[in-house]
Design a binder for this molecule. Structure first.
Ligand code: SF4
Ligand code: MSK
Length: 625
């Protein structure tokens, strides 16, 4: 019988660490998932409600038991309300991250966050211009302060659309206005989700879901876009660079510091602190050859994109990094951090350091991070890791060999630059048929499916069929681990795409950043649509999230579809308890926003669905098959 590790992941490094975990009697997310089986089918279908204390109520999907909650809520209402709450949570996570980035930006302009500066001045001026902020005869600090205030106002704005929605094509803007889903202030939309889903407020599934679209748009074209743009100004807009990924990036003889979570406000400082001469000297004194910082999840993607800092793994590899026995500190901020890390790090010498005022976990060494003392705190964190190096138990250390080169840093600006400053060469390649279209593949890992199987096979299938893939988040890391983010991967692409990649020296799969950087994909799609004089929904493009798990992914899916991009989900969202909601999401939305969802766990079939949609759009544009 094949060991479980082989069923759980396609990645050799992951399999090796799962075998080590089994040998050492260490529990991982996969084991905990098995203990949960069978999972609650009411929960899976989305038909349980705890929104008031007359409940919990649940609807019998077989029509034999209750068909309504105590208040009379039907399955349609309950499923729609639950979905709206997922969108609200996801939009809140991205947008609260954005708020913190803007607050840092504001503090920096007032001289209260001296560790930070302006890395991309051109972007500062262009963002200011979008808000009508004059740059004439004014210092950078003044412009920054005014821009920060304008961006902060987007969160609590009571009326009028979020400024960055204006980047969408005119036809899309008109459609959102007609549908009444143009997003107002980000906080306002999220609060309204909670209000509407309170007992006895919004009880029409379609009405509820339309607000879901509006809220998600306040994330994609609001919170996420603000986070991306401000981080670019503070830390630099990514440009193509080389890096390495997978658990093999951990070092046998250096102090290993993992940065995990989502916010680069901290991780940027850790990367800098790891080069501090006093800390490097201390590392030598402790017997280490240096300090090695490696990322997990999106805080890792942020430093990967801007500095080429290596990435140790995707979401499901966070525990496995600790299981190597070679991690001196697991430093976390917010989002996608498993609370299980507390007891796990207790089995090794690893210090589990939580840093966000918003997020603590069992078993952490708490070193709270505040922008005012950013660099000092980052140094304290790195020092804690260095001082922990002598506690490593050599007999517990086993680092997999696998590490893979990748080319990253494809911001929308970098892609346009690679194309010579305009989207025209890409449009020509699409029009001529050498590139059939664009596939945006993003999202998490999920223990319900084999780790990285969906990500890698879907993307391989798309490039084989001449679809240029743009990627973010854990999909980007999975693709990097599979060797798809190097120019040589063009050999796996169809002839047309291969030729384009070889001419430009780019991989067929372009890493565009972290989860909030899906906003970069919106900007790129908008630029192409505007250049063609069409709406985003007219483009030969399709999206996918083959292994998604987080509420953020639900918000992302909703704003991508609301922006006009057909999206295939690889894991089933909890909506099947309502035929009406499922039908609206998979069919009805097409007639509303020009795009809809599909659910297809098989990556090969998912690719076929995307290819069919791309062909349909090509035909409608009069492009050759
Ligand atoms: Fe039950 Fe209605 Fe209360 Fe939900 S809101 S728990 S369905 S009574
Ligand atoms: S990190 S949200 S597991 S992509 Fe952005 Fe990965 Fe999903 Fe977290």
């Amino acid at each position: 019988m094949k060991p479980k590790a082989y069923e759980r992941s396609i990645d050799p490094a992951t399999r090796a660490m799962l075998l080590k975990a089994e040998k050492e009697g260490i529990e991982t997310a996969w084991d905990r998932y098995e203990k949960q089986l069978p999972q609650c089918s009411f929960g899976q279908l989305g038909v349980c409600c705890r929104n008031c204390n007359m409940g919990p109520c649940r609807i019998d999907p077989f029509g034999e038991g209750a068909d309504k909650g105590v208040c009379g809520a039907t399955a349609d209402i309950i499923v729609a309300r639950n979905l709206l709450r997922m969108i609200a949570a996801g939009a809140a996570a991205h947008s609260d991250h954005a708020r913190d980035a803007v607050l840092t930006f504001k503090k920096m302009s007032g001289g209260e966050a001296g560790s930070y500066g302006i890395k991309d001045e051109a972007k500062l001026f262009s963002l200011a211009a979008e808000y009508g902020i004059s740059a004439e005869d004014r210092s950078k600090e003044e412009i920054t302060a005014e821009l920060a205030s304008a961006l902060l106002a987007e969160f609590g704005k009571q009326e009028g659309p979020i400024q960055y929605t204006r980047r969408a094509p005119e036809t899309r803007l008109r459609l959102w206005a007609e549908l009444g889903i143009e997003p107002r202030g980000i906080d306002r939309e999220i609060v309204e989700c909670m209000h509407r889903t309170h007992m006895g407020v919004d009880n029409d599934a379609t009405h509820i879901l339309l607000h879901g679209l509006r809220t998600s748009l306040s994330d994609g074209w609001g919170g996420s876009m603000i986070a991306t743009e401000v981080q670019d100004v503070l830390f630099g807009t990514p440009e193509p660079r080389k890096a390495t990924v997978n658990l093999g990036v951990l070092s046998e003889d250096k102090v290993n510091v993992i940065i995990h979570g989502h916010e680069p406000i901290l991780s940027e400082m850790i990367v800098e602190a790891a080069e501090d001469p006093t800390l490097l000297k201390l590392a030598k004194e402790k017997g280490a050859k240096g300090i090695n910082v490696a990322g997990i999840c999106c805080t890792g993607n942020e430093t990967l994109m801007r500095h080429g800092t290596p990435i140790a793994g995707t979401f499901l590899q966070q525990e496995l990094a600790v299981i190597t026995g070679a991690v001196e500190a697991m430093v976390v901020d917010v989002q996608c951090v498993m609370p299980a890390l507390g007891s796990l790090t207790g089995c090794y010498h690893t210090k589990f350091i939580s840093t966000s005022p918003k997020a603590d976990f069992p078993g952490t060494n708490r070193i709270e991070f505040h922008e005012e003392k950013a660099y000092e705190t980052a140094k304290e964190i790195v020092r804690t890791a260095v001082e922990n190096f002598p506690n490593r138990s050599p007999e517990k250390v086993s680092i997999p060999d696998e590490k893979q080169e990748c080319m990253v840093g494809f911001s929308a600006e970098a892609i346009l630059k690679a194309l010579g400053g305009t989207p025209t060469p890409l449009i020509d390649a699409i029009a001529g048929g050498s590139v059939k279209g664009i596939g945006a593949v993003v999202g998490c890992n999920n223990v319900k499916v084999q780790h990285n199987y969906g990500h890698v096979n879907l993307v391989k299938e798309l490039i084989k069929n001449n679809v240029l893939v743009v990627t973010t988040g854990c999909n980007a890391i999975a693709c990097a681990e599979a060797g798809l983010l190097v120019p040589e991967a063009a050999s796996m692409a169809g002839e047309g795409l291969k030729g384009v990649c070889e001419a430009l020296g780019i991989p067929p799969v372009l890493h565009m950043g972290s989860c909030v950087d899906i906003s970069r994909i919106l900007v790129l799609a908008s630029a192409i649509a505007k250049a063609l004089g069409v709406d985003i929904s007219d483009l030969p493009a399709a999206g996918a999230a083959p292994e998604w798990m987080s509420e953020k992914a639900v918000s992302i899916g909703a704003y991508v579809v609301s922006s006009g991009v057909y999206t295939v989900l690889g894991t089933v969202p909890p909506v099947l308890g309502s035929a009406a909601v499922a039908d609206l999401l998979t069919r009805g939305l097409d007639g509303v926003v020009g795009a809809s969802f599909a659910v297809e766990p098989d990556p090969f079939k998912a690719a076929s669905l995307m290819l069919a949609r791309i062909e349909e759009k090509r035909k409608a544009l009069g492009l050759k098959a």
